[in-house]
Design a protein around this ligand. Sequence first.
Ligand SMILES: [Fe+2]
Length: 182
Amino acid sequence: MDRDHALALLGRYVTSESLTRHCIATAAVMRGLAQTLGEDADLWERIGILHDIDFEIIGEDMTRHGIEGARTLREEGLSEEVCQAVERHNHTLFGPYTEPLDLALQSADSISGFVIACALVKGGAVTDVTPKTIRKKLKDKTFAAGCARERIAAVGALMDLTDFYQVAIDAIADRREELGLR
Ligand SMILES: [Fe+2]
């Protein structure tokens, strides 16, 4: 399944524009991380696109998050690797994580919105966001207060966090038009 097919599948289950943007941004970071870590970039991107496919199915019931996603993706014929990663990414049910894919998804899921929030402070210019911006804003607990700092740091087990911030910024900048940024 290529990127366009994964996005089309997501679009059959997700109507929210902001959730779709979150999935696009998370997938971009997953792709960038896979390239950096020597992993399967297409696979990691696909998992990023599909990781929250169940969000509108589960309502507010976070105990079903990921589990419904995996079930849906199995019905759609996705590989077990994709389905299990989607299921496991619900950190309120699973974890602590040790596998690179799981660690990367925790961090990509959390940094994607954070980078976008940093870009919005700069008038939507993600190209003006630097690792220094990220570090500064992470210290400010009132900024994007809902963003779990410890989940962003998960990938620190695999790579330097400043390098990770740069990977995330570059990945989101690559998709800036789709994300309504500049
Ligand atoms: Fe997510």
